[in-house]
Design a protein. Structure first.
Length: 62
């Protein structure tokens, strides 16, 4: 189910849809986790799904 969402339709949606790549870039998620999320959801997913399924190590434990 990958496809383009028209801007007019996206504004009326109650949930925000993210490209998985853009979400990972914005939230500083590494490439391995980005690949896992892409396999799980495809190219696009809701913000809620991504936030609850992304695993990120704490920054203070580098």
């Amino acid at each position: 189910m990958n496809g383009r969402v028209e801007p007019e339709a996206a504004e009326s949606m109650s949930t925000r849809i993210w490209a998985v790549h853009d979400f990972c870039k914005r939230h500083r998620i590494d490439k391995i986790e980005e690949k896992r999320l892409s396999l799980l959801f495809g190219a696009f997913a809701s913000a809620n799904e991504l936030l609850h399924n992304a695993v990120r190590s704490p920054r203070w434990r580098d």
